[in-house]
Design a binder for this molecule. Sequence first.
Ligand code: SIN
Ligand code: CO
Length: 377
Amino acid sequence: MLSMKNTLTLLGNLSVNEFLRDYWQKKPLLIRGAVPHFNGLLSPQQLIELACTEDAQARLVTQLRGQFDLQYSPFAAQDFKHFGKAQWSVLVQGVNHHLPEAAELLKHFDFIPHARLDDLMVSYAPPGGGVGPHFDSYDVFLLQGMGHRRWQISTQADRTLIEGAPLRILKNFKIEQEWVLAPGDMLYLPPHCAHNGIAEDECMTYSIGFRTPAYQELAEQFLVYLQDRICVDGMYADPDLKTQAHPSEISAAMLRQVGQAVKQVRWDKEDIANFLGCYLSEPKPHIYFDAPEPALSLKKFEKSIKNKGLALNLKTQMLCHANSIFMNGEATLNASHDYEVLRNLADQRELPALTSCSNELLEVLYQWYLDGYLSPV
Ligand code: SIN
Ligand code: CO
């Protein structure tokens, strides 16, 4: 299904370094035959079935006489039956959380750090379907699966959206370039590059998206992180209180004192790293992990991982930095040499048979197993 041993074809004749230097976050790149013989990982019917499952995050976009409409999952099979004259498209987020082949596909994009990865979204549209001209705050690789899609793009600065539309549609989309992508072709778009994809025939597109969090979001979330950790001594005191002409007025002395107190709120590089690791590995709100049922005993778990190794749950997000492991939003400090083993697990999403395993490592892995974050192979 996927014949891709290295990133050479994935980026055409560019090396990863050339791609990063000349295109990443800078300008669009079309790569014909990026994934030779790629015809997709699932059929339209399987995608619709996935869109109808309880924990899938899916959207259904319909378009009739230029008017767009948008519905969110959960869907039922009959939602995909009666479109009449309307064009339509279904888009399912996080397909890599459901399909091992999708998670494998993402591994080919490992030249971009996992901390930047969002997910794999897959769309299906019959001829004419699409979501309209728009821009995303994402880096995205649009890999064509089944069928053909006409991509029109523009680097225009005008980002005015049609007011009142249920989805973000550009008001004045001025096409600068267009191509028809066939199975295995791929288009890289940096954030804010306007694009419009129209299905030429029955068409499925695989979007490998990389998030670019807004500073506002990062700062707000950092403050949320900090609020549970700050430690500020002392309490307001005014033993030298003087009378004031207007009792309703907040005095300069009071402001000064509170200003000094607030300045005690401090953070360091470790706080930033800890925040970022937890924030970026935090599962999206609709994601839940099921505890194994029945769970293996610690002894059986140990035997199993020593014989066959282990793999992360498809929904798990695991990052690391300087002896800290961030597992689905929780930090674990591991100053021992086990850190390297855990970093390999985070890099590869699996570990081969663990011939030797310290008690400390075994305990951590077993707890993650009980949480449903990983399992023996
Ligand atoms: C699609 O697959 O139809 C939309 C992908 C995108 O425009 O980001
Ligand atoms: Co888009």
